[in-house]
Design a protein around this ligand. Structure first.
Ligand code: NI
Length: 214
């Protein structure tokens, strides 16, 4: 992808060439990952692995590549647009995504050790669309989040990368990064909305394999 304007923490616009191209051949790349992978069951709210910060990825080898392939397979089975490693029970800071942006363009990829950029106030335009999570099956609730996000981290080989998202994809980048720090979207809801989400979850059956909580 060509250079794009971004903003540093002081709100200064600067040029950044670290953004990866995660749109070219998105369907082919996603299919290749999941065909090499094996789908794993999804952890649900209450499982301790979802409620603490994950460990940094420090080994960028075959094991990580296999985990990422398995996460793509799991994401497809559960019909998700993003999946964090602790959602398949792995205590590592990595997430995968397969998500459309504001313009309906499909973005596919994986990032390790993600950190969200602080946005200057003028970029913090809140969108209060519905949000859901594979680890809170069957529940949805509106949640205000900025409609733009930049996340920085490393690719599966350990190279520094940055990902930019708008609309639903911006929401996805924030949601998945939250997971790796031990937060579910329901932790950002009011007490009442959180309770309602948990009620929605209790009323249904997950449509994909989940790990039973002890
Ligand atoms: Ni989630």
């Amino acid at each position: 992808m060509a250079q794009q304007p971004v903003f540093d923490q002081d709100g200064e616009q600067r040029v950044d060439d670290a953004f990866i191209d995660d749109t070219t051949d998105a369907a082919e790349r996603e299919a290749a990952h999941r065909e090499r992978g094996t789908s794993r069951p999804i952890t649900v709210v209450g499982n301790p692995v979802l409620h603490k910060e994950c460990k940094d990825v420090t080994e960028f080898g075959d094991e990580l590549a296999q985990l990422i392939d398995d996460m793509f397979a799991s994401q497809r089975t559960a019909e998700g647009v993003g999946l964090a490693a602790n959602q398949v029970g792995v205590d590592l800071k990595v997430f995968v995504y397969d998500c459309p942006d504001d313009d309906g363009v499909r973005h596919t990829g994986a990032i390790c050790n993600p950190v969200l950029d602080e946005l200057p106030p003028e970029r913090r335009i809140l969108d209060d669309s519905n949000e859901g999570c594979l680890s809170v099956p069957g529940a949805y609730a509106p949640l205000a989040r900025p409609d733009y996000a930049v996340v920085r981290g490393q690719d599966a080989q350990g190279n520094p990368i940055a990902i930019e998202g708008t609309g639903y994809f911006a929401r996805c980048l924030q949601h998945e990064t939250d997971h790796l720090y031990g937060y579910l979207y329901i932790d950002r809801l009011s007490k009442r909305d959180r309770k309602d989400a948990l009620r929605q979850m209790a009323e249904g059956e997950p449509r994909y394999p989940v790990v039973a909580n002890a």
